[in-house]
Design a protein around this ligand. Structure first.
Ligand code: SF4
Ligand code: SF4
Length: 335
């Protein structure tokens, strides 16, 4: 395993790091087997979130005895100091630790009040570093340019475009760590090797590979060992994959809203990926089904298409997703 500096945090993290969202779907026993294999393979950076149900507890269960040898990042969705503090206390209790190495504002750019509260956590020693996770490109650039944060977590893979690559470079120039979420684009990417080599070629991004099966962590550790160079052959394969997926890859940025049929496009256009990668009970609950079936009210006004910065036709993606979703509901005996 090779290790790189995560910006100026002083954290020297494994280039293959661990995204602990998918272990929500595993039993405690299986999660422990996977997390332990990662640790034994040299992984020392584990990213979780207060919003990932029992993911924090699973990390504690598997890795408490080596707490001082690993870095743990978590996230808070708290929008006011009281909620942030309540989240942090729960996180520390779940993780059975007295501090997290990195606490990130979960998918939002914080207010001054929220930043001030995070600084209090740092003064108290409960948090060592402060970061932000974002899905929106413009917001991500604002986070970097604010000069307030030590890390940025953003979706990044071989399907990313020039603007995303510019974001990686600017983040490095700002001395911030860049943590790649959705490094497999939520399971869309098939050419794992080329994708791995692409991310590696950029030097600074730290992918937190989302793992939910033992074979997956084995595969990532194996790729890490191979230390692949990003060859012209890989570049050609990536270009081919990008071409074949173009028009199908919703980043969940939400720029296409509002929708007159009140469809939550940024969620509904990725439903299959959500259901396959994380606990899906909420997605198929009565409320979840009501939201998804709003797709049937689409009037094809195409307003979403004019707003999507990635040139997608969201109404077409939505139809495909709904068709898959209905099949899934039938398979589970819900429909
Ligand atoms: S085309 Fe459909 S999904 Fe898109 S904005 Fe119009 S109603 Fe909403
Ligand atoms: S359809 Fe386009 S604008 Fe809407 S969430 Fe997906 S990527 Fe963003």
């Amino acid at each position: 395993m090779k290790y790189i500096a995560l910006g100026k945090t002083g954290m020297n993290v494994s280039r293959t790091s661990f995204g602990a969202l998918p272990i929500q779907r595993c039993t405690f026993e299986e999660a422990a087997r996977i997390l332990r294999r990662a640790y034994e393979g040299g992984v020392n950076f584990f990213d979780t979130a207060r919003a990932y149900s029992d993911s924090e507890e699973k990390i504690a269960c598997a890795l408490s005895d080596v707490r001082d040898k690993i870095y743990i990042a978590s996230k808070t969705m708290g929008r006011d100091p009281a909620k942030m503090r309540a989240d942090l206390e729960t996180t520390l209790r779940n993780l059975k630790t007295d501090h997290v190495d990195l606490l990130q504002f979960h998918n939002h750019t914080p207010t001054d009040e929220q930043v001030a509260e995070m600084r209090k956590f740092i003064q108290e020693g409960k948090v060592l570093h402060m970061g932000v996770t974002q899905h929106k490109l413009e917001e991500a650039f604002k986070v970097v340019r604010s000069g307030l944060f030590e890390t940025l977590q953003f979706p990044f893979s071989s399907l990313s475009g020039e603007k995303d690559i510019a974001l990686v470079k600017e983040t490095a120039e700002a001395g911030m760590g860049f943590i790649c979420m959705k490094a497999m684009s939520g399971g869309l990417i098939r050419n794992v090797e080329a994708n791995f080599a692409f991310i590696r070629s950029l030097k600074t991004p730290v992918p937190i590979w989302g793992v939910q099966r033992y074979e997956e962590i084995e595969q990532f550790l194996d790729l890490e060992e191979k230390d692949l160079a990003y060859t012209e052959e890989y570049a050609a394969q990536v270009a081919e994959e990008k071409k074949s997926l173009s028009g199908k890859f919703c980043r969940g940025c939400g720029y296409c809203l509002p929708c007159p049929a009140n469809i939550e496009i940024f969620m509904a256009a990725r439903m299959r990926e959500f259901i396959l990668r994380a606990p899906y009970q909420n997605m198929v609950s009565e409320e979840g089904r009501e939201k998804m079936f709003r797709i049937e009210n689409c009037i094809e006004c195409k307003a979403c298409e004019t707003r999507c910065p990635y040139g997608l036709k969201p109404y077409e993606l939505l139809k495909d997703q709904l068709s898959w979703y209905k099949g899934f509901l039938k398979e589970k005996g819900i429909l």
